[in-house]
Design a protein around this ligand. Structure first.
Ligand code: ZN
Length: 146
């Protein structure tokens, strides 16, 4: 298992060092902010939704390796998804990192499954996802994991 674990961590650190889709999104029509006071992670998520499809997703913010990698991997995954597919993905991802459901169809997102062993990091991993849900549901209030 140790080799596999090293690989997972490599992917997480890769996305931390070089976050994909990082920066403000011009033309965004959904936006939400999230904050995880436990760790100090902050994220602002921008989405461009057309006819129920997420055409583009970007994020800004600062946080730990887990929260940044999760936001980076999430934005990669959201592009081209319908809103309801994105919300289904939220449920699957949340289930995986909280250990409540087993899923094996999350692709690259599975690198974050290791956080189930670190309950205090689950909020780091899910912050961007809660923010995505808020953006889709157009909740104006900043999201907090507390
Ligand atoms: Zn964190």
């Amino acid at each position: 298992m140790s080799d596999l674990r090293d690989l997972y961590q490599e992917t997480i650190f890769d996305h931390y060092r070089q976050p994909r889709n990082f920066g403000r999104l011009q033309g965004a029509n959904r936006r939400a902010e999230g904050y995880n006071p436990l760790c100090g992670d902050k994220v602002t998520l921008y989405l461009r939704v057309e006819d129920g499809v997420i055409c583009n997703a970007r994020f800004e913010g600062s946080g730990c390796a887990i929260s940044t990698a999760s936001a980076s991997l999430m934005t990669e995954n959201l592009k081209g998804k319908r809103e309801e597919e994105a919300l289904q993905l939220f449920d699957k991802f949340h289930g995986m990192v909280t250990g409540s459901t087993m899923t094996n169809d999350l692709g690259k997102l599975a690198v974050l499954a290791g956080v189930t062993e670190f309950p205090q990091r689950v909020k780091c991993a899910t912050l961007a996802w809660h923010t995505m849900k808020a953006a889709l549901q157009n909740i104006g209030e900043p999201v907090t994991t507390e």
